[in-house]
Design a protein around this ligand. Structure first.
Ligand code: 13P
Ligand code: SF4
Length: 350
């Protein structure tokens, strides 16, 4: 069945020729990624979506927020397709616009929020949250430019409201040397986010209480166990992991950074990789002259990324070849306008 699906998808792709571009995130399954014209991390794929606008159709093999970003950055006549509409992101769902509005309003009762707080949203978020940032002078970020974005924010305002991932914000600020007492966590289910007015006034970084359910499964003990077994080995993790894991690792960075670093490492080197399983399995298979291990002893797989499979891709491609668009991702115009402002600010410094 796999070969048959491969053949059918490849045939639809041939029929469509230059009219289609398939983008594949680094976490996608082998059976999907093998059809991708380009693969990469969130930033690279966003850039490609913006630059390769001459292709009228983009089939985005990734999750919903990535396809939305592609639609926001694409030309108006470009159509973005997500092969399975149920491919969401649990972290993106951890911040709703009503909660962010409420947080902003609460902060506004404590300090002059528009002048002192810069909103920065991780691209792992709904378009409406990107629009919120655009409208309030803020910016988006990805795991590969979080530091530059945080610097950009602090150059303009005293504080940052960083959402929805607590860990990417904290790990980046840790590397920049921000003292712990200047970081607070905003729990949208608590009054004042669970903080005193004094703590809010003192904070330079307000971190939304959100996380990735996949990366939270990596534990410091996994690093300890690996180091015991391979004292010369190196540990590389994604910055969505908890700080206790990132602080013990040798390196941390985006999925593209992880792939590039391990690929460029010396022959014979030994690596434990703390990110999604599909990526690590591919690295293991491709890097035959160095040893690559999955950092955790349990399976850490992104169930929503995994929803895009060969059958969904084939279905979307065959329909397209028949001039029928399925699963069209359309960001409403009002959201698109402001979300693009926030994304453009990020692109300008990336
Ligand atoms: P990257 O931008 O590093 O590819 O990460 C996206 C993501 O969802 C990680 O969980
Ligand atoms: Fe979202 Fe985590 Fe999956 Fe990345 S790995 S898409 S952050 S749930």
């Amino acid at each position: 069945a796999g070969d048959e699906l491969f053949r059918r998808t490849a045939q639809a792709k041939r029929v469509l020729g230059d009219r289609v571009m398939i983008l594949g995130h680094n976490y996608q399954r082998d059976e999907v990624i093998e059809h991708a014209d380009f693969r990469g991390d969130s930033l690279l794929l966003s850039k490609l979506a913006a630059e390769r606008s001459e292709r009228p159709y983009v089939v985005f093999c990734g999750v919903h927020f990535m396809a939305e970003t592609a639609d926001i950055l694409s030309r108006s006549n470009q159509t973005v397709i997500l092969p399975d509409m149920a491919a969401g992101c649990s972290m993106a769902d951890m911040a709703a616009i009503e909660q962010v509005d409420q947080c902003w309003e609460t902060l506004g009762r404590i300090l002059p929020v528009e002048e002192t707080v810069m909103p920065a949203v991780y691209v792992n978020s709904a378009a409406v949250l990107k629009a919120f940032c655009g409208e309030h002078g803020g910016i988006t970020c990805t795991s590969s430019n979080a530091r530059a974005v945080i610097e950009w924010c602090w150059a303009r305002r005293e504080k940052i409201l960083f959402f929805p991932d607590e860990h990417l914000g904290r790990n980046t600020a840790n590397k920049m040397g921000l003292p712990r007492e200047q970081m607070i966590v905003w729990d949208p289910y608590q009054p004042n986010g669970g903080n005193s007015r004094e703590a809010i006034k003192r904070a330079k970084l307000i971190l939304w209480k959100g996380h990735c359910s996949v990366h939270q499964m990596f534990q410091p003990v996994h690093v300890d166990n690996f180091r015991k077994q391979y004292p010369d080995g190196k540990v590389i993790v994604h910055p969505e992991c908890h700080e206790d894991v990132v602080n013990k690792a040798d390196l941390s960075g985006s999925t593209e950074f992880i792939i590039k670093t391990v690929s460029a490492a010396p022959t014979g080197s030994i690596w434990a990789v703390g990110t999604e399983l599909n990526l690590v399995n591919r690295l293991k298979r491709d890097m035959t002259d160095r040893k690559v291990f999955f950092l955790s002893s349990t399976v850490c797989q992104c169930a929503t990324m995994f929803r895009i499979d060969g059958a969904h891709l084939c279905w979307a491609m065959e329909n397209l070849a028949d001039r029928h668009v399925v699963n069209h991702i359309v960001v409403p115009e009002d959201e698109k306008r402001w979300a693009k402002v926030a994304l453009d600010r990020m692109m300008a410094i990336s």
